[in-house]
Write a protein that binds this ligand. Structure first.
Ligand SMILES: [Zn+2]
Length: 342
């Protein structure tokens, strides 16, 4: 390429870039242009330098001068356009010092978790150990070992979610009792907290998945007196000074069986909508463990006896915190949950 042609091309390039600079409508576009036209790394202007070694010695100085002059001209044109665009850009908004600071996020435990932890603390003080087990269970652990005869209507009551090959989602935490009895010799005192599953629709007081806490004590000479004393002690600690009563009930895995009520905290036993005008609120089911359950777990029922109870921390949270509808506990509504921040 001749020096004359090269000097002409560089002027054509300069004019094209000057046109692009005039047309740049934003600082971002202008800076992109600066990089692509005269940038050290990928500026198109540098392409002209590649021809320098091939030029006759006499033509090198005029080319170098032209090259530098164009570079300086383009730089100052870009700077000028930059100043122009900066001047017309909207000024940043003034600081509004009266704007409230962003609130700090305060984490909160879920009300059901709070209730479960309180229950666990009380029973640990009474010498109970926390035990857990699988949520997907064998039918035998969920029903068979717990003295549910095959096709017993009590199994309908539980409306089970069955899995393939005889498995199911546990309908109560009672399988943990059997697993514990199989693994450890008496004396045993455990509570088993965990999630359980039923084929219930969501309504104000039912959910297809909910937390349960069961407890069990097994040893020689354990009687209903121990059961009543332990649960009355628990109720007084959990609810504050309260009256309790036991009503006969039925569960396949306990005999005799009972429901325990506490006097309604909202009306102090006078009767209100929450306690359906009875003055009492049911909080748990309990009873002496059926000898068949002890035998199924491999214990000698002649030698050992025990009792068990089960309660729903979700419903207890309704009572404790005055929550009107159990579905609120599942909503993950921040404005509800943050009320429990400590
Ligand atoms: Zn009441």
């Amino acid at each position: 390429m001749t020096a004359e042609k090269l000097l002409g091309d560089i002027i054509v390039f300069r004019d094209a870039v000057l046109e692009e600079i005039r047309n740049a409508e934003s600082l971002g576009a202008l800076e992109e242009l600066r990089a692509s036209a005269i940038g050290r790394a990928r500026g198109r202007l540098n392409d002209f330098k590649k021809h320098l070694p091939g030029l006759p010695a006499a033509d090198k100085p005029p080319f170098g001068q032209r090259f530098n002059a164009v570079k300086v001209e383009l730089e100052s044109a870009i700077d000028a356009r930059h100043a122009e665009l900066s001047a017309s850009a909207p000024a940043p908004a003034a600081l509004d010092l009266s704007m409230p600071a962003r609130r700090q996020w305060r984490g909160a435990k879920h009300p059901v978790t709070i209730v479960m932890e309180e229950i666990e603390v009380i029973f640990r003080d009474l010498g109970f150990t926390i035990a857990t087990g699988p949520e997907a269970e064998h039918e035998w652990y969920n029903f068979g070992a717990l003295n549910f005869p095959p096709d017993h209507p009590a199994m309908d009551m539980h409306d089970t979610l069955y899995l393939e090959r005889g498995g199911l989602l546990r309908t109560h935490t009672s399988p943990v009792q059997i697993r514990t009895l199989q693994s450890y010799p008496p004396p045993i005192r455990i509570i088993a907290p965990g999630n359980v599953f039923r084929r219930d629709f969501f309504d104000a007081s039912h959910a297809p998945m909910f937390a349960q806490i069961e407890g069990m004590a097994v040893d020689e000479g354990i009687s209903f007196v121990d059961l009543k004393a332990t649960l009355a002690n628990f109720a007084n600690r959990f609810f504050g000074e309260t009256k309790t009563r036991f009503r006969p009930s039925f569960f396949p895995f306990t005999e005799p069986s009972a429901e325990m009520d506490v006097s309604c905290r909202i009306c102090n036993g006078a009767g209100c909508a929450t306690c359906k005008q009875t003055g009492w609120v049911e909080i748990l089911g309990c009873g002496m463990m059926h000898p068949s359950v002890l035998e199924a777990a491999g214990l000698n029922a002649q030698r050992y006896s025990g009792w068990a109870f089960g309660m729903g921390p979700g419903r207890m949270a309704l009572q404790r915190f005055g929550i009107p509808d159990i579905r609120i506990e599942y909503d993950s509504d921040i404005s509800f949950l943050e009320q429990f921040a400590q």
